[in-house]
Design a protein around this ligand. Structure first.
Ligand code: NAD
Length: 370
């Protein structure tokens, strides 16, 4: 039986509650022999600050390096608003991203048929939607130098950010997108603004060359980022994998996520560099949502984003696609059965709690696994 080391970092607020529901599924899979999961649990965010005066300990970072995948809940909360900047809860997340060199952010936007009515777009436009946005996470205008506000001789100020990409950075994110497309609908849409940006021109050339050299079996199209924003709300089902830079990816993935309804439904993954020998990538899986202090401790959190993140780990880091299919099918079945947490319950629908939703998904997995 395949055996995997997972590091669980529940974090703060509802992070702890939603991770508890993933634990139930992990235990079930281990008990029934689907896979053996060895788990370590550690602190991150405000919880780590309270214990160590650091948003993540060096030991926890070491465990992250040794793990096959990290499952991350959420961090933050008003009680840590006044801690020193370098130790604020988000610093734990940023340190992990940096130390594990996670340059690729994967954000699926899946619209379960049962929730299509909850989208702000028409039912037929979003029902069955399944796209994956691959965003470059460590380069581009958020990190390029110079990055400054300077005072000019006439007393006016000038703010400067620098959009910069190298061949190597574009190639490695392109590879992630093409590899993913091969496991999905076999199509990549690469997006930039080559009409007005030199970095966009280079992006376009590098992706085109990489495609020709190594991925000619995948369908590639190029679309300007503004046109893509428009197409995402006009006819999103035309897309399979979208690959784009840090800035455009930030915006386009938020647009795409809203096609699908609640924040409580959205998983994500971050991937690092592939190991030269094994080809395995360092990786971390987390819901898109934060620690939701307004509902923390009340049993109101929707655990599906966290459970969906675990399904992504099964698929993309552990090579357990059948188990991933099982979890994703179980989520769809539960939604089809009409069960809803408060965030996705329409008017007049009785909502169930975090643990009731987790139990319902587990029961659906058990039923499918029979
Ligand atoms: P949030 O995502 O925590 O919450 C936004 C709204 O969505 C809230 O009303 C919340 O109740 C609701 N919500 C979020 N997840 C939900 C779920 N699973 N089920 C049901 N409802 C859900 O964002 P925020 O309120 O802006 O931030 C709260 C804290 O989380 C802040 O400290 C922020 O810095 C932090 N944060 C952390 C992360 C992270 O850990 N990756 C991401 C975003 C925000």
């Amino acid at each position: 039986m395949a055996s995997f080391n997972l590091l669980l970092l529940p974090g703060d607020g509802i992070g702890v509650e939603v991770m508890g529901e993933v634990k139930k599924i992990l235990d079930f899979m281990t008990k029934t022999g689907m896979a053996r999961f060895e788990t370590e649990t550690d602190l991150v965010g405000g919880a780590a600050y309270d214990a160590h005066k650091k948003a993540i300990s060096d030991d926890a970072v070491k465990l992250a390096h040794q793990s096959d995948a990290v499952l991350f809940g959420a961090v933050g909360g008003p009680q840590w608003d006044s801690v020193p900047y370098d130790q604020r809860p988000e610093a734990g997340l940023l340190r992990l991203r940096k130390d594990l060199e996670m340059f690729a952010n994967l954000r699926p936007a899946i619209c379960y048929p049962a929730l299509a009515a909850a989208s702000s777009l028409k039912h037929e436009i979003v029902e069955g939607l399944d796209i994956m946005i691959v965003r470059e996470l460590t380069g581009g205008v958020y990190f390029g130098e110079p990055k400054e506000i300077v005072t000019l001789e006439n007393g006016e100020k000038r703010g400067v950010d620098t959009q910069v990409y190298t061949t190597h950075e574009i190639e490695r994110i392109g590879r992630v997108a093409f590899e993913l497309a091969r496991k999905r609908g076999n199509k990549v849409t690469s997006s930039e603004k080559r009409n007005v940006m030199k970095s966009g021109l280079l992006w376009n050339q590098v992706i085109t060359d990489l495609h020709k050299r190594e991925y000619a079996d995948v369908v590639l199209e190029h679309m300007l980022a503004d046109a893509l924003g428009m197409q995402l709300v006009r006819w999103p089902k035309q897309f399979d994998v979208i690959v784009t830079d840090n800035l455009f990816g930030d915006m386009l993935s938020d647009v795409a996520s809203m096609l699908t309804g609640s924040l409580g439904m959205l998983p994500s993954a971050s991937m690092g560099i592939a190991d030269a020998k094994t080809g395995k990538r360092k990786s971390m899986y987390e819901p898109v949502h934060g620690s939701a202090p307004d509902i923390a401790g009340k049993g109101l959190a929707n655990p599906i984003a966290m459970i969906g993140s675990f399904a992504m780990a099964l698929r993309y880091s552990l090579g357990l696609s059948d188990a991933a299919d099982l979890v994703e099918k179980a989520i769809a079945d539960v939604l089809n059965s009409g069960l809803r947490t408060k965030d996705i319950a329409g008017p007049g629908v009785n909502a169930i709690s975090t643990s009731e939703m987790g139990d319902a998904v587990l029961q659906a997995i058990q039923k499918l696994a029979r």
